[in-house]
Each structure stands twice: as C-alpha cells, then as structure tokens.
Design a protein. Sequence first.
Lengths: 294, 601
Amino acid sequence: MSALPDTFPSLSTPASSTLAARAHSVWRGARRGPLSLWLAWLVLAAVALCALAPGLVTHFSPVQGIAGQQLQAPGAAHWLGTDALGRDVYTRVVYGAVHSLSGAFVAVAMGLVLGTLLGLIAGASGGLVDDAIMRLVDVLLSVPALLLSLAIIIILGFGTINAAIAVGVASIAGFARLLRSEVVRVRRSDYVEAAFGSGGRFWPVLWRHVLPNSLTSVIALAALQFGSAILAISTLGFLGYGAPPPTPEWGLLIAEGRNYISTAWWLTTVPGLVVVLVVLSANRISAALHKANA
Amino acid sequence: MNRLQQLLHRIRPAAALPTAPIQATASAAVPVLSLSDLVIAYQEGQQPAQNVVHGVSFDVLPGEVVALVGESGSGKTTTAQAVIGLLAENGRLVSGRIQLGGRDITRWSPRQMDGLRGAVVSLIPQDPTSSLNPVQTVGRQVAEILRLHDGARGAAARRARQQRVIELLGHVGLSQPELRARQYPHELSGGMKQRVLIAIAIALKPALIIADEPTSALDVTVQKRILDLIDELRRESGTAVLLVTHDLGVAADRANRLVVLQGGRIQEQGLTQDVLRSPSSAYTRKLLADAPSLAQGRQRPAIERSAQNAQPAVVVEDLVHQFDLPGRSAPFVAVDKVSFSVARGTTHAIVGESGSGKTTTARDVVGFRQPTSGRILIEGQDLTALRGEALRLARRRIQLVHQNPFSSLDPRQTIFEIIEEPLRNYERLARAEREARVREMLERVGLGPTLLARRPHALSGGQRQRVAIARALVLRPQVVVFDEAVSALDVTVQAQILALLEKLQRELGLTYLFISHDLAVVRQIADTVSVLHNGRQVDAGPIEDVFERPGSDYTRALIAAIPGQKHWPSSPRIPHDATADFHSFAHRSAAQTPGLFQQAA
C-alpha cells in the first residue's frame, strides 16, 4: 500500500478547493486504516464490478462452451482453465458474482428489515408482545439455520431468489435479538424519557430517537451476515437447491467440479477460493465497523 | 442520627490520643510527599502528547491534610495518580520530581512501586461500588494486602491475618466485623464499602493516604461520617492525607492546607484559613463565591406574600407510590403520603438522600408514572386522572430537566433539532417561526447561535445543561421540575446555571420544583422545602423555618452534614459537633472577616 500515495500526487499537495480538501482528508483517514481492511474493500469492489459489468472483465460466454477446448488447465488462453463443456472458468466465476451478490443482498436486506422490525416492536412495547415475539425468535434460533433454509426452499421452490429468501428468513432471529437488546438499553436512556416528556408520541419517538441510536451494532452484524449469506447461498447452490444449471452460481460451480476433482482441480478450487475471499473480506469489514462503533 | 452519635461516641476517646503536633514541627520534618515542577502529558491516538499538568509543586508534611482542590479537568486526579504510580496507559511523566519520604521515586519501575503502594502510600478510591471485587468476600480483599506485603504462608499466618482483618474492620467503624468479613460487597451499603476500602488503605499504616474524591459518590450524611473517620484515623496514627476533591466545602473543613488547581496549574496554595480569608488568585475568589456551602450570604429575597392568595401552581396531596417486588408479598412503598403545594412563581425543593423517594415523586409529578394513590394538581388540573392523549397535552405545562446533561440529550441530534422537537410535538408552526422560537430560547439561556448546528458531544457540561433547560422552556411551561439538575456540574458552572434559573424565573414567572440532595444549593434557590426520608415527608415549610427550626432529627443531621460549616460565622442555630473543635482557630478567623462570609440570613 505504501506505493499508492504516488498515484495520487495531486491529493497529497495542499488542497486549494474544498472538494479537494475533503478528498484529501478522506484519503488521509483511509490511509491510516490497516492493510487488511484495504484488501477487503478491494476484493468486494472487484466482485461488485464483476456483478455490475461482467462484459468489461471477460469476453468469453459464461454458458457457451468452445468445442475442442474441454478441461484445459489454467494457461494463457484461459487464465483459470475450462470445464468439461469447454467453458472458461474465469468467465463463469465472473458471471456468477451477480447471483451470489444479489442473493446475499436480498438475504441480508430481508433479515435486516424483518429482524429490525421484530426487535424494535419487541423491545419498545415490552410485556406480552415482547414475550410472544422473543419466544418465536427462540424457536427460530433453535432450528439449525441450514435446516430452516432447506425447509423454506422446499416450500418456495428452487431458484436464486428463493434461496436468498430462505437464507434471509434464517437470519431474522439474530437481527431481532440483537436489536431488541439495544432498543431496551436505549429506551431506558434519559434522552428518550426527555423526548416523551416534551410531548413525543410513541411511534415518532421510536423512529426519531430509539431506532437511530440502536442501529449501529446491527449494521456491523449486517456486514458479517453478508459474508455468511454468500456462504449459505453457495451451500444451497452446491446442494442443488439454488439456481438450476447452466447458471454459473458459485456453489453450483463447485458442485459441478466435484466429478473432476482428481483430474481438473481448478474447477472446484477457483470458485471455492473466491467464496472464501469474499466471506473473509465481509468479515474483516464487519470487524472494522464494530470497532469503529465501540 | 443514632448511628452517627454511636460513631462519635466510639471515636471521641480516641481523639484524646497524642496527635502529631502539626504546626509546631512542620518546618523541621521531612515532607512525606514532595512534588517539584511536575509535568504530565497524555497521548491521544496519533496526536502529539498534550501536557495536562504544568509544573505542579507542593509538599505534604507528616500528619498533615492537604487538599488538592479543582474542577473537572484541573489535573488534580492526574497529579494524585502520578504520586502512586497509577497514571493511565497513555499518561507520561514528562519532567519534575516526586519524592516520597525523602526518596526520589520519579523514575521507579512499576515493580519497585509495588513495594511502596499500600505500605508507604495508599489510595482510597472514588467510587466504592466499583472498587471492590464482587466475587470475593470483604475479608479476603482486606487480607490480600496483608498477604502481599508480609508474604507469610501457612495456617498460623493466615489466622493472624484473619485476626488483623477483623480488627481493621472494627477499627473503621463497621459493626459485627466478623460477619462483615464473610460478606460480599453487594451485601454492604455504599458507606460500608467505603469503610472497607479505608480499612484496606490503612492496613499497613502508610505514611500517606491519597483520598481521591472519597465521598463524592455517597449521601451527605454518609459523607460526613466517612470524612470524620478518615480524620480520626489520621489523628490516631499521624498519617498524612492528600485529599483530592472538587468540593471546596469539604476541603475547607478537613484540610490544613489547600492547593487550588486550575487547568493543570497551581493557582494558589497556603494554609486553609489564609486561603479562605484572603485568597490571592481571582480563580480562588470565584470558587469561594460559587461554592454554595461556603457562600452563605447569597440568600433569596423573601417570597412576595401577595402571590400566596392565588391558586398554587402545583398541589400534591397524599401521594403514595408503591412498587411490587417480585417474590415478595408486601409492595415496597417508595413514597408514603407526601403532600405539598407550590405557589406560582416560587421554588419548592424536595430534599433527601438516595432512596428517599424524591425521584419517584418527581416522575409522578411530571406524569411519567401513575402513583398508587393521591392527587397531583397542576394549575388546578388533576394529572393522575388523565390518560393517553389528554395526559400528553397536559404535560406541556410541566417540563423536566434531568440530572445528567451527558445522557439527556440525543447524541445524534443537533442542538437545533433538540430544542425544536417539543415545538414539533405540540404546535403546528411554520419552520421560520419555529426557528425564531428556538433562537430566542437559546439566547435566553445564554448560548450563541453558532451552537445550533453542533451535536451534544461538542458541548461542555454546562452548555449541555443550558440546552436541556432551553428544551424544557421552549414550550413556555408553567412548571419546571429539576431532577438534581446541577449536581453533575462543577461549582462555577453550577453557580452560573443557578443564576440563570433565577433570572428565567423572574423573567418568565416560572414555578420550580427542585429535587436535590444538596441542602446548601437548596438554601440558595428555594423558597419552600420538603425533606423526605424513606418515602416520608419528615419536614416541610418555608426554607428559613426548616433551616432554623428543623422539626426532625433527620433534618438536623442533614443540615449538620453540609460541608464547609466550620468556616461559617458562628451561629448558634447550626448544630456543631465534635469535629468542629479541630480547627477552632479557623472558626475565629472566619468570624472576624464578615466581608468574605456574609451574615447568614
């Protein structure tokens, strides 16, 4: 990273305009961050680019194989080799990003929104409502997440989005429980009492004071959940509950490569490594968020 | 009160023991502690180290009490921590010298300091509730310091230590020391815990005890007893005490010499009576004028009697508030038949120690909780009969200001949003008009409009409390309830806020309900007072009546516990007790200087 400042020479000179000054301060703040955090953001940015514009990073087709080029080892023509149908593995991994990423977004958004809502209602109302919601959460927590996701996907049917929903539902309980504890803490604070004292009604006070002050740790959990969601969606894909072939979903890529593992190691290793990298990056960022809040 | 008398009886004979003749030998003796040009810096993150103590020098002679007085941020605690080698991790001794009993300990390693701590210099920490290990018995914790320093093993040594622990616990005035030694910290009250910590501090008969705000977490009557105990132990064994305190009243009562710190610099030091009689620095003069316990002269003008015929602003009748305790059949009675009424435009104070029911009363009056029985009339309207939206609408006439300005403001809102919020709740005003009201209120509480865009963390404690007051007043309420609203503030800031409250009351004709544990403050600001004890009202009436003719033993004990009395002009109606004889010369000198200590009412 030490070489990076040289690529932004204009920013390290005293800034003349406010925009440049702001960019300069952002840059200085970021440079103080550890290298691992930088790499984590870099990995996620690369994956996001692949998801948004896969055509920019590869010119092969993700579904059309090239005859006569089956099961080639990584080399100059195909950086990460080809599979049994002559499809470029690198291209398939790049095109698979959109499935994993959008799936993870849907899953996290679902867990975040529903879990936050449940936690907020439980923590804010207390009493019977709290008990009812939290016992429901206990039930959800007592079922293993993968089993719960499988059960839901059996009901909803196969597919990337359905898999994402299934993973999302399994994460609601964690969000709800965390937010409830935060809400209970914030609700007892003086400024919430003061808000009621100055005439605040229940819902507006909840929205204006309780929710914003409870959310910080939930945001860190969401980043962590993003990594686990990618892993869970890949797991479902691997087991065959996700997108059907020939979709280049990462879990499915690993599953398809299984049959050739002794002769063509790159088929499973490459998507496997990508999943590991993305999950690790999400965890690293979550840890940084958590630390910043603490 | 009984407890206090027992204690005094127990200690009095000990007072006859030979005490270190302080003044006579002072010049000859080697100082127990000598600081010269101490400079201490703190390092925050990547920023360059900042000096917080700039060249502090003073001596503590054997058997002497030196008070290090200052407000928060004055460097008094940092200085004390440096002496005992317990600076925070980012703290560093830049230059200067610390001598303990003639030995230079400035550059001693933590390991070397271990041998000193407890044996030569010991610490009585600030907060007794968090300074004891909750999973060990009190006896073990006292025995620990003995074990660390004698290092003896075996059953005989253990028995001897056990014996000494019980002796020590008895010595610091704990009843049933054998039982106490077997108890855990949560089974003891705050005052008892502080006694245990004192027992640990004196266990090895150190030459110097550093008492870092030893009583600021305790109730006033407990505070007095603990300070008496420290005084007593000091006289018995000739230990010197470095008393770190923000309370000039406490310092004036207990110390031979005062060292006044501000911003890490010594403003003034000298014999207590000299500093009090003729303070040489402007800062000390300001502190003296602002300390409510010392500034007896500032009294409120009597209430205009004409107002008394009008309907009272607040009437509380037979207020009872019970809490159901899980697992107990009988409910806990927090407030038991409390009645008072407050005339419009006057201030009524509710005084009591922790657990007296004063906060519960305040919460009921503001309408946050429903009392078990009784009536609360605000401007003739019964608050207890209201529910839901009607209660919400009634609440705008009575506003609450919290104790702690650091927790009563939402950290995510700007100052403008904080003050604006009550208006949005009650009035449909155009934005421009709301802004005008907010700005007007901010000016009234003495803050500049530049603060509007800031968030609470960028404000000082006093500024925050002003914002909280502005938020309470922006609705133009008739009654404002202050729940210990100045207790968390430094004395000079406290004096400013109290002056602001008086100004606002005059200008806006407000009625105040002032909840406090501090009788000295109450005396300054209140017209009438209710004294609560264990939920019952033990005394009530106009402030002078209650102060001059207290109707209950409890009120008398409370009044006697106000620190700084030793330097009040002699007035027969304030009951002085055994401790007053200690500094009789100071008494005289104060009486001779009516310029400083104006006649009390």
